[in-house]
Design a protein around this ligand. Sequence first.
Ligand code: 13P
Ligand code: SF4
Length: 303
Amino acid sequence: AEQNRELRERLEQLKKERNAIILAHYYQRDEIQEVADFRGDSFLLAQKAAQTDAEVIVFCGVHFMGESAKILAPDKTVLIPDERAGCPMADMVNVDGLRKLKAQHPNATVVTYINSSAEVKAETDICCTSSNAIKVVNSVLTDEVIWVPDKNLGHYVQQHTDKKMIIWEGYCNTHDMLTVKDIEEMKAQHPNAIVAVHPECRPEVVAMADFVGSTTAIIKFCRESEHKEFIIGTEDGTGYQLRKDSPDKIFHFASKYLVCPNMKVNNLKKLVKCLENMHPQVYVPPHIADKARLSLERMLQVK
Ligand code: 13P
Ligand code: SF4
């Protein structure tokens, strides 16, 4: 606790010296969420990165999030606490694979989940996050959509659109681990609880939920709901904001495996150190960033 207090003081000092803001995803460790200027889901944090006046953005999340921030704010320095915090789902699609699919479906619009590399975004017409995926797919002008990389989110969107979706076979290791049996067991133990899950979960799990949405949507739903007890099907870091917003409500995470090891690579010590050293910085080659930016900006404009 003493060490954390010193780290937090040093962080405050460095933030002023460097004119920095700290953005943290809801899956980050509590010790990071506590010191963040903004906590949010992928969409909100991308928006904050695009809008900030600060000179330095410290992005506490996984690599594609830092990249998206750098693409949207190319003149800012974007720092990340640890370069090794990646997203296995983002690595499940590459440029070659996507180009092949585009050649097979030349009339399709490419809609790419923000959980993807800058190179893949550069081959994309429009990005989306879990909070706006349905809206984005319904906004495109073609009848056919190439969807990468999350098959589970793709399946969920397909239930809410008439577009013909060609869906890539990627998935989030963490959310995809949650099973029907996990939900059944939790419901048996907590019969009064409402089930809220992330659309990165398997279709059969999503079908059992009372509410489906992004992390921000789940947090808002639980805060505003008149119910008092919830079974949560998303990463356990979300508990920080859920409990902060509703200290009198009860939250059960649907499985003990709902922990993204990549998100947990970051900690307070590394956060302070990266601002101290101004390293590691996110770099995206300008010819990639310029193309990728269009796909992100199109997403930000969808109403
Ligand atoms: P959201 O924050 O958009 O809900 O995304 C979830 C996720 O898995 C991020 O890596
Ligand atoms: Fe990637 Fe899943 Fe971790 Fe999000 S929770 S960073 S999608 S592995």
